[in-house]
Each structure stands twice: as C-alpha cells, then as structure tokens.
Design a binder for this molecule. Structure first.
Ligand SMILES: [Zn+2]
Length: 286
C-alpha cells in the first residue's frame, strides 16, 4: 500500500513508534528492505536522494512504486534532501508521495519562503513535505550537512511550522550524516527535543540516525520523533558484504550467487532498526 508521509506518521506519532526511512541506492537493497518489512509486518519509508536518482534514473521509481502497490505493508516513497524546486517537481512527476526541501543552509527568511512555495506545490497534488531548521552535522556523507551543528531553536521552529504548513520537521538535536569517527560518540540533546515536542504538534524527523546509540534513539521516539533516516548503516554492510564475497570468489558471476549474502546483512540491519524504533507488527494499525 502506498501512503503519504502525513498519513503514515500520524499513526506513528499517536502510537509512539517511529518508521525507519532507508535510502535505497540499488534495486537489490530495495528488494531486501521490502522483503524484511513484510516479514516484520512493519510500515517502511523508502527514500531516494537527488544524487541517488541521478544515478538510478527516473525509471527506477516505477519499480519502487510497483513494489509499494503490491506490498502488504504501508510504504512511503520520499525524496531525501531536495535542494531546489526542480528536484521537487522531478520527484512529484516520478510519483513520490513525500518530498523534503532542505534550505537549512540559507537564511531563515529564504528557508521559510522556499519551503512555503514547495508546500503550496506539493499539497496541491497530495504530496507531503518535510523541511529542516537548524543544521545536521556532516561526517563526510553525500547528504551533506554542516561542520558545526546549529541546534533547532524552539521559538523559530514554532513560527516556521506555522508559516510554512509543512507536514514533518527535521530537527537538529546533535546528529550528523554519515558514519561517526571511531573516537566520537554522538550525543542527542533530549531536553531540546522535549521542548520542541511541547510546542509543535507535527512529527519530527531524525537525520543522521546511523551510529547513534540505540537507547538514545528509542528515547527520542518518546518525544515526537516518528521518522528516523538511515543510510550509511545499510550501505556499509551491503557493500562490505559484496566486497568480501567477490574477493573470496573472483569468478562468481550470477546475481543469485553474488547478492543474497549482502541482502541478508541489509535485512539484519532493517530488523534491528525496526526493533529499536518499535515498528515491528505496526502495519496492523493501518
Ligand atoms: Zn539527512
């Protein structure tokens, strides 16, 4: 079943669980995620970054939509970190049910103005909108981010949500994109999240969810986080497994031999994240 983000996350927020949003950079990875979501009877968000669609091409989304339509679990197809109106229009044309416009690096006024414009366009065709206020950190990933994390300001966030009419807000509470260096332990500002949750009714999105301690991420779900973005955690196990199997078997050629082990690694991460976010079995609520 294909859902909009607004409808998907309303149920999550009400029932205090979160839905993982996995970046899908290949057909095999998408297939593994969907198979595991169905086994776990769990809703899932498949997200595609503009860099990923630049590689995969528009036709890939037709396959993703077909998977979503034929699936027994609720699925949202979401554009991750759209930077321009063109990115947004391409996603809408391709049939995504949710888009993110990320103008968080711009001034507050410009961020608010472009986000409002995207909301007007997307809502007119029943597509949900996520925007970001404050900046997520960056550990050298394609999703970008800022060298210095600027925490989301609660006053500004309240105004931003009211002015723009967005459906979900990406909050900056101390996470960073990419994998954290070994000597760095990320720390979430739960007090700030509590304050935001008191003032704002729409669901929050946690970006850069890879590598944060499970206990902190579960804690965040209690205070309005209903979507957690995960990219590096999946890509790292998928490509590590492929690297390993192809190194060990230099003459292996058939996809049915090459991919299954990598897909199993992806499934294990999906299962684990769904357990942390309490998503397992929640498809029954839709
Ligand atoms: Zn992100």
């Amino acid at each position: 079943m294909l859902y909009t983000m607004k409808d998907l996350l309303a149920v999550a927020l009400e029932n205090k669980f979160a839905v993982p949003a996995f970046n899908i950079c290949s057909y095999d990875m998408m297939k593994a995620i969907m198979e595991e979501a169905e086994v776990q009877n769990a809703p899932v968000i498949l997200e595609i970054h503009p860099d990923e669609i630049a590689y995969l091409n528009n036709e890939f989304v037709a396959a993703v939509r077909e998977y979503a339509h034929n699936s027994s679990v609720p699925v949202v197809i979401h554009m991750d970190h759209g930077g321009t109106i063109k990115d947004v229009m391409r996603a809408i044309r391709n049939g995504y049910t949710s888009v993110m416009i990320d103008a968080s690096a711009q001034s507050y006024e410009d961020n608010s103005a472009i986000t409002k414009q995207v909301v007007d366009l997307a809502h007119s065709v029943n597509v949900s909108v996520e925007a970001e206020l404050g900046t997520i950190g960056n550990n050298g990933s394609a999703e970008g981010g800022s060298a210095n994390i600027i925490y989301t300001d609660p006053d500004q966030a309240e105004t931003f949500v009211r002015e723009t009419g967005i459906d979900t807000l990406a909050v900056a509470i101390g996470t960073a994109h990419g994998l954290y260096p070994k000597n760095m332990t990320p720390k979430l500002n739960i007090e700030l999240l509590k304050e935001l949750n008191k003032r704002i009714e729409i669901p929050f999105v946690l970006h850069g969810g890879s590598g944060n301690p499970d206990s902190e991420v579960s804690e965040a779900v209690k205070y309005g986080v209903a979507k957690v973005n995960l990219s590096s955690d999946l890509k790292s196990v998928f490509f590590d497994a492929l690297r390993e199997i192809l190194t060990e078997n230099p003459y292996m050629l058939e996809p049915g031999d090459v991919f299954p082990e990598a897909n199993e690694k992806v499934k294990a991460v999906v299962r684990h994240k769904m357990a942390v976010l309490q998503t397992i079995g929640k498809a029954d609520l839709y």
